[in-house]
Every structure is written in C-alpha cells, then in structure tokens.
Design a protein around this ligand. Structure first.
Ligand SMILES: N[C@@H](CCC(=O)N[C@@H](CS)C(=O)NCC(=O)O)C(=O)O
Length: 181
C-alpha cells in the first residue's frame, strides 16, 4: 500500500513540476517562490491521496525541507521521488503500527523534544529514547539519515524493513496521536 501511494504522490509531483514549468515558460521555470505555487496546485489532490487536509503553509514547509534534504543527501535522486518520500515520512498513515519499533532522537534540554516526549508519555507509546549527546552513535546515525542533527526526530522501523525518519515535533505528535491515540 505504501509503495503504491508513494508512486502516486511522485506522479502528482512530476505533473505539478510540468505545470509549473509551463506557467513560468518565460523564465524557463525559474521562480524563487515555486513552493507557494506548488502548494496551491497540490493542496487538494495531495490531501485526497494522503487522506488529510493540508494548509498551504504545511506543504510549502515540507517542500522546502525536502529540497534542503535532497541537496544535502541525495542530489542524484529524482526530485519527485525524493519529495514523495518526504511527504510519506511526514504524512502517510502507518501500515502496521502495533508492530512498528519507534525510537526518538532527542536531548534533554530541547523544548521541541519535550513536546514529543510529553505526547509519548500521555499516549503510553513504547518508544526508545536516544539522546544524541549521551551517545554520539545516535547523533551520527541521525546526521547520516537526515543530513543534520536537528531534533526531535522519530525513527519508525516497520517489520518489513521499511525505515521512516520523521522530523518536526508537531508532525511527530500528530502522527503519534493519529496512530496510537
Ligand atoms: N521545527 C522543529 C525545531 C527543532 C529544533 O529547532 N530543534 C533544536 C533543539 S530544541 C535543534 O536541534 N537545534 C540544532 C540544530 O538544528 O542542529 C521542531 O518543531 O521539531
């Protein structure tokens, strides 16, 4: 189900890219505010695919993060596939949540991490806490996966071997509530 969904999101993004290029033919596609244009185009169909309602700002934010991450980690990848993966990480429902293993990359004094840890406690979800300052291996794993050490990040390991790295405290809380609430 996840593969199919990711393919559909990638196809939608490719279509959006083409439509944007057409709209900005005069500048050969150059548009410093492209995420805003994309968000307008994507809001409805992306919401349908991911069965959620998006604000345009959420889409803009996710697109910009995907762009930064691709620059840092995967310049060779196809942009629409990489971005689709990013939207999946943040917004796709879990396949078999009960069997997923969860780990939170965090550190003690970080207020955004407290937000995630509070939700974990409130919902009673089993999550391994990986403090990036207490163990440098955790920090290294995080940087390797995300290209930066910003926390919190929730790592979701599914029984089928799929790994998702979900940054953003608000997305983590929403995901935990939707999946385990
Ligand atoms: N918008 C992010 C903000 C996360 C954030 O700024 N985390 C800080 C610690 S509280 C951090 O990791 N800063 C160091 C860095 O970005 O490398 C969220 O809500 O999760």
């Amino acid at each position: 189900m996840h593969d199919e969904l990711k393919k559909n999101i990638a196809a939608l993004l490719a279509e959006t890219g083409k439509a944007h290029h057409k709209a900005f033919q005069a500048t050969d596609g150059a548009d410093p505010d492209w995420p805003i244009w994309y968000a307008e185009y994507l809001q409805e169909p992306l919401g349908k695919l991911l069965q959620t309602s998006f604000s345009k700002s959420q889409i803009v934010y996710c697109l910009m993060n995907a762009d930064l991450e691709r620059d840092a980690l995967a310049r060779e990848s196809k942009w629409h596939e990489f971005y689709a993966g990013h939207f999946m990480e943040h917004f796709a429902p879990a396949d078999t949540p009960a069997k997923d293993k969860l780990a939170l990359y965090h550190f003690e004094g970080c207020p955004y991490c407290t937000r995630a840890r509070t939700a974990i406690d409130r919902l009673g979800v089993e999550v391994e806490l990986r403090d990036i300052f207490a163990d440098s291996n955790h920090r290294d794993d995080l940087v390797q996966a995300q290209g930066r050490a910003t926390v919190p990040v929730l790592r979701i390991s599914s029984p089928n071997g799929e790994e998702r790295w979900m940054p953003e405290s608000a997305d983590i809380v929403r995901y935990l509530e939707a999946t385990y609430g």
